[in-house]
Ligand binder design. Sequence first.
Ligand SMILES: Cc1cc2nc3c(=O)[nH]c(=O)nc-3n(C[C@H](O)[C@H](O)[C@H](O)COP(=O)(O)OP(=O)(O)OC[C@H]3O[C@@H](n4cnc5c(N)ncnc54)[C@H](O)[C@@H]3O)c2cc1C
Length: 407
Amino acid sequence: MSEPQRIVIIGGGLAGAGAAAALRERGYPGEVLLFGADAHRPYELPALSKGLLIGDAEEPDWVRDQNFYTEHDVALHLGTRVTRIELGARLVLDAAGGEHRYDRLLLATGSKPRSLPVRGADLTGIHTLRTLDDALALRAAFAKADRVVIVGSGWIGSEAAAAARKHGAEVTVVGMETTPLESVLGPEVGGVFRDLHTEQGVRWRLGTSVADFVGDEGAVTGVRLTDGSVLEADVVLVAVGAAPETGLAHAAGLDLSEDGGVCVDAFLRTAAPDIYAAGDVASQFHPKYDRRIRVEHWANAKNQGEHAAANMLGDHEPYQRAPYFFSDQYDLGCEYRGLANLDTDRLVVRGDLAGREFLAFWLNENRVTAAMNVNIWDSGDALKHLVDTGTPVTDDQLLQGDLSAIA
Ligand SMILES: Cc1cc2nc3c(=O)[nH]c(=O)nc-3n(C[C@H](O)[C@H](O)[C@H](O)COP(=O)(O)OP(=O)(O)OC[C@H]3O[C@@H](n4cnc5c(N)ncnc54)[C@H](O)[C@@H]3O)c2cc1C
């Protein structure tokens, strides 16, 4: 593989900017162009639904500091959307009329929040949360709000509910699941989060969905549920998941997977010559799981971006890391590693579920497929080892044994 002279990266989030940094940190001497539709310097997203939304932090975590890009000769095209990729000519076209040749191309366009296709969805006061500007607007709205309705009981909905409570608003969360986070954690562990929020004064409308939004003079005043009841609201956050940003890839004729992402192989390569994808947008054939997975987590964006950078420079290593994510809500902090199949895996809990200090293991027969630590911080390496190796274990070992001694 000859050394590329110019690498173009589309997407100035963690995957894209992390890849640009990794290219330089690996000593790549050629040109690096990074295009980001967002006008802000590349930043990480987790604080947007936590410290920044609460008001504890004034800035997000930046992927690199202000001077990094000039000091490392990364041509940063901020506020510049790429509008087309021409595979044959190996060109990227941007909205400002620029045409840029590439030798290698990384697609790191992330995801965009899903909206609700119902009447009233365009009323003011209805928010989604993806960008720094979204978070600043939502924070300002929470600060003034009396009644907040959050549609969606997943991670972002749950974290935003905690933030809205900290701002002193009345908060109701509407979810289609009967327990928050049920599709990721199942009812038992999801129930821990429900009880935590309930203690903090959050109200729930679960197992239901939104019929439409009610407004007055263009501003939202309520959320009508499918049973006809109306929840009064002056601020609404729609947090019903995100869809991968695949418009460019689709228009260029790249393969998309059933999960909506851009198909890449174990090495993060698309089927088109010299085009890679990483982060939320990538649907990777993952060697550990022997199937495609698309992961919308911070660690995946960070690690895949860096991994794609190395492979673009000729490393040719498969990406094999298991998914990992974290969340913070009130005084609960947790980490989750792996990928459970809630239809088939069984749950083993060590510790105090009600006291919110426990380890949860999901097992396929006697192998740990996923593990979660809640308010326990000394088991991370052992849990990672169990998930990564799939070492056979007994329930007794998980419940009482020394986890770090399991080979
Ligand atoms: C509010 C929030 C909180 C989160 N909290 C956590 C957490 O606590 N733990 C966790 O593990 N994960 C968390 N996540 C998920 C995690 O942050 C994402 O999985 C990760 O940031 C994805 O990074 P990315 O680089 O793939 O995509 P993004 O960060 O979405 O970046 C993609 C970038 O591409 C740009 N772009 C798109 N199309 C174009 C184009 N045509 N031209 C130019 N630029 C383009 C976009 O403007 C965007 O800046 C959170 C996500 C959100 C939204």
